[in-house]
Write a new protein. Structure first.
Length: 211
């Protein structure tokens, strides 16, 4: 029961235990991010190494994929002679690149410091990924069922346009000369705004937003 200093191997052991609790046999972890550790006299500490405690627990964010997906990707890459080295979530990859670029001074306007709160918005075709960085760590992620394909499908089905017509109309966006298209694009944009607003209710106000 004597307090001892927390070591790096203690954190690694706790991470392995967390994964064993949440991962199914058919899934692989893409992201394991500690959100905070708790011990005697401290709570929510991101790096408790050196602090004394008789017990240690932590809260982790875990993202995973089915092993069947990994097998399909591995086979597809093998077919073209490329080896799969690592799989990582797009938000984590973007966050890692931004922090590395900031530390090397490669990108003006990137993450100013690891203490900054940064909201990452990764716009895709079928979905939009959100990530919130704080103190250099990816604290929270979410995925919105919204993307460029959502706009195309909504405009095509509701405005009754061909694929060629909807592609041209969607590029005009909210400035479209067609009232029906303009209203549909504005409605889709409002859906994205509402999704981001709801996400931020669970986070602090960010210092930066990077899309």
């Amino acid at each position: 029961d004597e307090p001892i200093a927390v070591r790096s191997q203690d954190l690694r052991r706790l991470t392995r235990h967390a994964l064993s609790q949440v991962l199914g046999l058919d899934r692989e972890a893409l992201l394991v991010e500690p959100l905070g550790y708790r011990g005697n006299g401290f709570e929510g500490v991101l790096d408790p190494r050196g602090l004394a405690a008789t017990s240690l627990s932590g809260t982790f964010q875990v993202m995973s994929i089915p092993l069947s997906v990994r097998r399909v990707l591995t086979q597809a890459l093998d077919a073209v002679g490329v080896e799969l080295e690592q799989m990582i979530s797009s938000v984590k990859a973007s966050a890692t690149w931004l922090l590395d670029a900031s530390s090397r001074g490669l990108r003006e306007g990137a993450v100013a410091s690891e203490s900054a709160r940064v909201l990452l918005i990764d716009l895709g075709g079928c979905c939009t990924d959100l990530g919130f960085l704080e103190q250099g760590r990816l604290r929270r992620t979410a995925t919105l069922a919204w993307g460029s394909a959502s706009i195309l499908e909504a405009v095509a089905s509701q405005a009754r346009l061909t694929r060629e017509q909807v592609l041209a109309a969607s590029l005009e966006g909210c400035g479209s000369q067609k009232p029906a298209v303009r209203q549909l694009v504005e409605r889709q944009t409002q859906m994205l705004r509402e999704g981001i607003r709801a996400y931020l209710q669970e986070c602090h106000v960010p210092d930066q937003v990077i899309v």
